[in-house]
Design a protein. Structure first.
Length: 83
């Protein structure tokens, strides 16, 4: 799995927070978290994790950009994948 953020030039640091989730009885449950901070206006995260067969999975990712005291954020929910 991987995620990438590229923000405006005035951004001085960014953060990527990724949450691997699986669906259990119709509810999304987080099975693994990753958070990485990067100096500057861009960052690229990648990670791997062994999953249990027989579930739907998704990677819920939050992106944060900081410029001094200012903060902005966005999130990404990709298509689910069955394993």
């Amino acid at each position: 799995m991987s995620s990438f953020i590229y923000a405006y030039p005035e951004v001085d640091r960014v953060r990527i927070s990724a949450h691997l989730q699986r669906q259990e009885n119709g509810v999304w449950v987080t099975v693994k978290n990753w958070t990485e901070d990067y100096a500057g206006n861009s960052g690229q995260w990648s990670g791997s994790w062994y999953v249990t067969k027989g579930y739907y999975y998704r990677l819920l990712t939050f992106f944060y950009a900081y410029a001094g005291a200012e903060q902005d954020s966005a999130n990404l929910i990709p298509v689910t994948q069955y394993y």
